[in-house]
Design a protein. Structure first.
Length: 289
């Protein structure tokens, strides 16, 4: 990866941290984001920090975790985050892939000039089993989008025009106010019956927590904590003491400073009880209140 770094800035994108180099005042025109959308075959949104994010949820998959059906927006959200850095664009993201899709998609990313920064699980006991591939690259934004789409052609990731408006979710619901009160932080409905709480760290790095209602009146939770080394074991102990499983611990990027670790988790229980357990873990990190 070519990195031109004078100082670092952090872009918090849907719970994932993107580190980008600031080029000391070198300015360039913003990319044509409509052209990027056309090249990738999905629409996106401009977010805080001039980050253009395109979601590519695996709506084609029917996945369960420990027998609980998971919605695409809950734990199956592939995405690409673009940002103009000086005279070129940077892209980073995460791809949700079936085991058999991993080799061909990785080869496609390499052919397109992109780099793979991590391949790992997020959750345990998934059926069918899926992996999460993190990637990054620099260059022209449209060309990066084309390269990503070509790589994804080796998977069944839904791309292209939407067939119509999203259906209104049916089934179990959550008491969002109860979750917010127990967790001590506000959240938002991100669609498809998923309630998401993002927790910025003091260093402007965001942690993500998703709640999904289950048929028994309880909730499933998943997400990831962004941690520095000395926080890892304290947070893991707090999660386990509150009945929340730690399902993965790993990096997302290469050569990041400070070194960051991502701890994924899973549990099903009363939503307020889960929120209190998550709060106990968050209180051990340098997160904003």
């Amino acid at each position: 990866m070519r990195v031109h770094v004078l100082k670092y800035c952090a872009m918090a994108v849907a719970g994932f941290t993107v580190l980008a180099g600031s080029l000391g005042g070198v300015l360039a025109a913003d990319p044509d984001w409509k052209a990027v959308e056309q090249a990738l075959g999905k629409s996106g949104q401009l977010q805080a920090g001039d980050v253009f994010r395109i979601g590519m949820p695996r709506t084609d998959l029917s996945v369960t975790v420990k027998g609980v059906p998971v919605k695409a927006g809950f734990a199956l959200g592939s995405y690409a985050a673009f940002k103009q850095i000086g005279d070129q664009a940077m892209v980073m993201g995460d791809l949700v892939l079936l085991d058999q899709e991993v080799p061909a998609v990785m080869a496609g990313l390499f052919r397109g000039g992109l780099e793979v920064t991590a391949v790992h699980n997020h959750l345990n006991e998934m059926s069918p089993h899926v992996m999460y591939m993190h990637y990054g690259g620099h260059g022209d934004a449209v060309q990066l989008a084309k390269a990503l789409r070509q790589a994804l052609s080796a998977s069944s990731t839904p791309l292209g025009s939407s067939s119509g408006p999203a259906a209104t979710p049916t089934g179990p619901t959550l008491d969002a106010k109860q979750i917010e009160q127990a967790l001590g932080r506000t959240g938002r409905d991100i669609g498809g019956g998923v309630f998401q709480v993002t927790v910025p760290r003091a260093e402007a790095i965001t942690e993500m927590i998703n709640f999904q209602p289950t048929a028994d009146g309880k909730a499933a939770i998943t997400g990831d904590f962004v941690l520095i080394d000395k926080e890892v074991n304290a947070v893991a102990r707090a999660l386990q003491q509150n009945g929340i499983d730690v399902t993965a611990l790993h990096n997302h990027a290469l050569m990041d400073t400070p070194r960051l670790f991502y701890m994924h988790f899973w549990a099903t229980d009363d939503p307020a009880k889960l929120a209190r357990g998550l709060k106990a873990a968050l209180d051990l990190t340098n997160s904003q209140k």
